[in-house]
Unconditional design. Sequence first.
Length: 438
Amino acid sequence: MSDAGRSDDRAAATDGGASDAAVTETRGVGDATPTGAPGADDVLSVRDLSTRFFTEEGQINAVESVSFDLREDEILGVVGESGSGKSVTALSLVDLVETPGRITAGEVWYRDPDLAEEFRGTEAVRVDDDHVDLRTVPPGVRRSLRGPSFSVIFQDPMSSFNPSITVGEQIAEAVEVQRRARANPRSTRSRTQGYGLGKYLLDGIVPGRDYTSEESMDRAVELLGQVGIPDPEERVDEYPGQFSGGMLQRAMIAQALAGEPDVLIADEPTTALDVTIQAQILNLLTEIQEERGMSIVLITHDLGVIAEMCDRVCVMYAGEVVERGTLDSVFEDTVHPYTQGLLGSIPDVDDPRARLEPIAGNVPSLLDAEMGDRCYFADRCPKAMESCLDKPPEATVDAAADHGVKCVLADREYDPADALADDRFEADAAATDGGDGE
Ligand SMILES: Nc1ncnc2c1ncn2[C@@H]1O[C@H](COP(=O)(O)OP(=O)(O)OP(=O)(O)O)[C@@H](O)[C@H]1O
Ligand code: NI
């Protein structure tokens, strides 16, 4: 497999063509590496998405050329340690990255035949069959999709409620936005006008009282009940501050479901909850997903949750997707030592006394200046070799299982004789500082 067409420049993320060259050569029949146009059953196809934060300390590469497909009716798990770029990826999908952050490259193809029809032939908007690259549509249209098309359950429930509006009104508003969008699917303008209330107070718009219909309020009560909030008829009139963290988390899930979105992005939706409720909520998500045919991106630290719920999985490390594929293939034919490490840290249900083995070392800072151009996991990797000082291209493990990995072990066995000496990283860093780039 040739590495030839590969640009060494990290900025190659902005130049999909060059960085894809090597990947294309490794592709098998099943289109394992998501580099081409979105497939017909992909609700969402992300290509080479990069998001950076431009801070005083320097440029932080929070999301580094991430690509994946979200299929219709599937749950895609995104897993990785703290700081691996999961939340920033989620925010990037819905265009909610805030300054000093910015999406610097990539495509976010969303399947929406009406939208595609509306923009087909326009110059600035990229359309591919039924898919539209959301990065190229006007920002107002992008916002209008939040709710009826995309919903996000954020890690921090406080951030998605306005403290001065009752929980019920905010959920009812999400119901109304969805109803308007459904009533008028072809008109982007009507959606855009509908946008702005409920959870979109992120943009500082506050709905007036009595804005929501009784019908939507009834639906809000129903949704609160569904997510396990006791006495929903009463709680619906309370303010977010009157809810405990766990209750608010559930209310946020109700709010996200109110829009009946095509795509639900759930960022650690149950971290704040106790184990019983956690299981309840996850069951609820699965049920609703099956009932409504929704696609879910489920972000979690917990590979156990992934194993239970997901069809497909993306493993993130240091801003990159390092291994991805169907659950079975990634769990059974694991290639990346990082994935192996995460799997090793799942509690063994059959043997509760089994020790957890967290991966030694820490996630790198993601500061561009400190990242270099090699496998980012190499300095924690029990199988690091000399070749890991070069950036590994994504290789196909099993095309049929959509299983790809960024690791040299994809096509060679680990040989302890090749083990990398500990001081090689410093030597490599020194060489990079000396400016050996081409
Ligand atoms: N507002 C910000 N300003 C600067 N850097 C940021 C900002 N938000 C995120 N980052 C950086 O982006 C990186 C990825 O963060 P992210 O929140 O996506 O990680 P995560 O995988 O979701 O972690 P966790 O599991 O803890 O939620 C972090 O290392 C952080 O340094
Ligand atoms: Ni996060």
